[in-house]
Design a protein around this ligand. Structure first.
Ligand code: TXA
Ligand code: MG
Length: 318
């Protein structure tokens, strides 16, 4: 199907073949996942990994997530443990990333892991990425497909906005259902959440049958990507707001101000999962409408609200 973008393609067998040929030649592609769109390349190829860092403008000290079709394919690169197996069996494929010890003889480019002895792995669930991962002979190093510190893309045209024609192929997989990045959990020692996501601490504790430590060791940056200024829509964001200043875009939950100019609801039913899925889309829409500032109401800090608060807090840092 034709669209107005030169490098966005609707998924079909023919285009899948072309993308695979490009990835085999160390190309990188914009690819849909259930969380956000990624910028994927061969994790075993130095050239691919270098391209990813360069295109994103990403610091070499910030490691990438390596995406696999299934655990069998990942085993040669990681040290497995019981917690991994439990979480994998329960949640995968799905929106969760595991930090594990990296095997010394792993073929994953050390640069993709920022030369750490650990590795981040994920098994995404999306009808476009699954057949692709199944067909290729390498895992994909794949950060979110945005320039560093911008918000992650949740549809193919968002990826185009970020990289224009610098990537040859962007596969259109519709809107990312979850809309925020995967939960990142460190399993190298006692399990610890490094980045909250739609899969909550509570759900993980239930599967592991243990209480997780809080990530309050501020001195050690356990997840180098979790810098303060991140996920920024490019205009100032103020959180915990109760009064509209009459000029900013005001983000809230519910339908109290529906059809009212300047007001943007993340969910008419105040459903936090739906709110998370609409957050980045709303940021991008507001920016495009020309607003100079965003105000956000207080978001309950429970369930998916924890992940939303994590992202909006970072977006509000200047
Ligand atoms: O949902 C997602 O996870 C998306 C999709 C495309 O899969 N990907 C994504 O990747 O959000 P990225 O690169 O934007 O975020 C990866 C996060 C960063 O915060 C990074 O620091 C952390 O994972 N990370 C990667 N390897 C790590 C490691 N070895 N130890 C600790 N944190 C790591
Ligand atoms: Mg990112």
């Amino acid at each position: 199907m034709k669209n107005s973008y030169p490098n966005i393609f609707i998924f079909n067998k023919k285009i899948l073949k072309k993308v695979i040929i490009s990835l085999n030649k160390s190309g990188v592609a914009g690819l849909p996942t259930e969380t956000v769109y990624g910028l994927g390349g061969n994790a075993y190829s130095k050239k691919s990994v270098e391209k990813i860092f360069k295109l994103k403008g990403r610091s070499r000290s910030n490691p990438l997530i390596i995406h696999y079709y299934n655990l069998d394919n990942a085993i040669k690169d990681i040290s497995i443990n019981k917690n991994l197996i439990k979480l994998y069996n329960h949640f995968c494929p799905g929106p969760i990333t595991f930090i594990l010890k990296r095997k010394e003889n792993s073929k994953v480019q050390p640069m993709a892991c920022a030369n750490l002895d650990s590795i981040a792995i994920r098994f995404p669930k999306h009808k476009v990425i699954r057949p692709l991962l199944k067909k290729i002979k390498f895992p994909l190093a794949m950060p979110s497909a945005n320039k560093t510190s911008n918000v992650s893309p949740v549809k193919a045209s968002d990826v185009f906005e970020e990289f224009k024609s610098k990537v040859k192929y962007i596969l259109d997989g519709g809107n990312s259902k979850i809309g925020i990045e995967s939960t990142v959990i460190d399993l190298t020692g006692s399990p610890q959440i490094l980045r909250p996501g739609i899969i909550s601490k509570k759900e993980i504790e239930k599967v592991l049958k243990l209480k997780l430590k809080n990530n309050n060791n501020k001195k050690v940056i356990r997840s180098p990507g979790m810098m303060k200024k991140h996920y920024s829509p490019g205009i100032p964001v103020r959180i915990n707001q109760s009064k509209h200043d009459k000029k900013s875009a005001f983000i809230y939950l519910g339908k109290k101000y529906c059809n009212k100019k300047d007001f943007f609801s993340l969910s008419n039913d105040s459903n936090l999962k739906e709110a998370a899925s609409n957050l980045y889309k709303t940021f991008r829409d507001i920016k495009k409408k020309g607003y100079k500032k965003i105000q956000i109401t207080k978001i309950p800090n429970s369930g998916c609200g924890i992940a939303i608060n994590d992202r909006i807090k970072r977006a509000s840092k200047t």
